[in-house]
Design a protein around this ligand. Structure first.
Ligand code: CA
Length: 519
């Protein structure tokens, strides 16, 4: 080595060591909810609710408008978040356990000197690994007086689950080791089905009516059979349990459960002192409003939680050196295309909210339309910690998006694959690609294609797959899918070897006394 080269090596080494000093590295507070769609956040232009604390987070930092889940369902999204890998590589395509021997971003941050903690909904079957502390719900957990597990056992925490998880998060923040930066995952159960709001917000949202989405009466004309076959419509699939209907007096045990599990074809409501029977369109609208009253009531507690956490950081001198991220494991249908739930690659379900604050480093009010995907999260955490990003992660650090414009060579398309067929809602497996302007979906088991022009048809109502004028676009998108599958190592073989669902076996005796929906 020549002298100048040796000097520059030493300088680089010194810079590298300095950049890894604990007090130079930001804390990371990662807040994730379950099934919170971006279009139920006012910072994203919601037409149905207001979320002042999430809006505050957006106003103080970055909002990603095109952040997507690589497989839009709870457990696979969580596995991707921790591994930086798509399902075909991390081994969690459906509701199966995450292999506890797999190295996750938590291990890597722990090894890099971070204090790591995981609080709330885990939903990956095996116990959390790579965390100094963890305290998790079993399976889906329950909304009221939840049971949580830690290394030593489990106990009931009195109260509403979103408040309980927030309290646990604040407790870890207060009692964390102060000589290390922290990586803290606060994972809420809400607003997952069966959408039980706190008593405060149940009262506040009772009786409210909401504008219908433009695709509320979608007839699925011209689209793949997968849409007509789905069992996740607001009108035909929400049960009496989902709609919080009260069973007739005298019903008990299995009889009561059977009644609650049925889909009501008429409902009697009390209006102006008189009973009124709702059917047809009136019943559809009632179901939609009833669904959103509960869903948005749950969201409101999440918004309160974010406010409490931001307030605490601000009041305790941690505002400037803590990166706060808010996201959800995927989006959700809020009556869009007649549906609830997720799974499909259509925008309401495919898109994730992503808000990020880092004062002094992210310009307030930054908005990016660059394409991001949830396998980018783990590389971003490692980048923030100054730790190396392993080559077997599929994602890349989002740092360029919050430091300014995406660099030349930023991804031009996002890949997607969903496996859980028929799953809980008779959903057909599919893969696809989304660019800035188009989306191509292939339901591979039934060999049907859908092509959408997202500029002219943002609601994805007109399938152009059979349109002669769109064949050049279609061929280009098919070529992109093949290229992405080759780059990501998705040969398709994995898609035919889906592990059995196992993740919901965790709930034990205490939780069975208060069963929640297994979905
Ligand atoms: Ca979810």
């Amino acid at each position: 080595m020549t002298l100048p080269a040796a000097v520059s090596f030493l300088v680089l080494a010194a810079v590298s060591v300095l950049s890894l000093r604990a007090d130079d590295r930001p804390n990371i507070l990662f807040i994730m909810t379950d099934d919170h769609a971006a279009h139920a956040i006012s910072a994203y232009g919601s037409r149905i609710n207001r979320t002042p604390n999430l809006d505050r987070l957006a106003a103080q930092g970055l909002r990603l408008d095109r952040c997507f889940a690589g497989n839009s369902i709870c457990t696979p999204s969580r596995a991707t978040l921790l591994t930086g890998q798509y399902s075909h590589r991390n081994g969690v395509p459906v509701f199966n356990d995450l292999d506890p021997s797999k190295t996750t971003v938590a291990h890597r941050l722990q090894q890099a000197g971070y204090y790591t903690a995981m609080l709330g909904k885990w939903h990956l079957g095996s116990d959390p690994q790579g965390f100094d502390d963890w305290n998790i719900l079993p399976g889906q957990g329950r909304y009221n007086d939840p049971v949580l597990y830690d290394r030593t056992g489990h106990r009931i925490y009195k109260g509403y689950v979103t408040d309980v998880i927030t309290d646990l998060t604040l407790d870890r923040l207060r009692n964390r080791p102060k000589d290390k930066p922290f990586f803290l995952m606060c994972h809420h159960k809400a607003p997952h089905r069966e959408w039980t709001p706190s008593e405060k917000y149940r009262r506040e949202f009772a009786g409210r009516e909401f504008p219908e989405p433009p695709t509320f009466r979608d007839t699925y004309e011209g689209r793949a059979d997968a849409l007509r076959q789905n069992h996740q419509t607001v009108f035909k699939n929400l049960t009496r349990h989902d709609l919080k209907m009260v069973p007739p007096e005298g019903l008990a045990g299995q009889e009561r459960q059977r009644w609650l599990g049925q889909v009501p074809t008429e409902v009697t409501v009390r209006e102006n002192g008189q009973d009124r029977v709702l059917r047809g369109d009136d019943l559809d609208r009632w179901k939609y409003n009833r669904y959103l009253q509960d869903y948005l009531g749950c969201v409101q507690s999440v918004d309160d939680s974010v406010g409490r956490l931001l307030d605490w950081l601000d009041a305790n001198g941690l505002k400037d050196n803590t990166v706060v991220i808010y996201t959800s494991d995927q989006g959700f249908f809020l009556g869009d295309h007649r549906m609830y739930d997720k799974r499909f690659m259509y925008e309401p379900s495919f898109r994730m909210p992503f808000l990020m604050r880092w004062p002094g480093r992210i310009r307030p009010g930054t908005v990016s339309e660059a394409l991001a995907v949830n396998c980018d999260f783990a590389p971003t955490f490692l980048d923030l910690a100054g730790a190396p990003i392993p080559a077997d992660m599929h994602g890349r650090s989002l740092r360029p998006l919050f430091e300014g414009q995406p660099p030349a060579g930023w991804r031009q398309e996002v890949y997607y694959r969903y496996y859980h067929d028929p799953g809980h809602h008779n959903t057909r497996a599919h893969y696809g690609v989304r660019t800035a302007n188009h989306k191509l979906i292939h339901y591979w088991k039934i060999d049907q294609w859908e092509l959408f022009d997202l500029v002219r048809d943002p609601d994805e109502m007109k399938n152009l797959a059979g349109d002669p004028a769109s064949q050049a676009v279609m061929a280009d998108l098919k070529a992109r899918i093949l290229r992405l599958q080759a780059e990501l190592g998705d040969t398709g073989q994995f898609a035919d070897k889906i592990p059995a669902d196992t993740v919901d076996r965790r709930p034990k005796q205490m939780d069975r006394k208060h069963p929640d929906s297994p979905l």
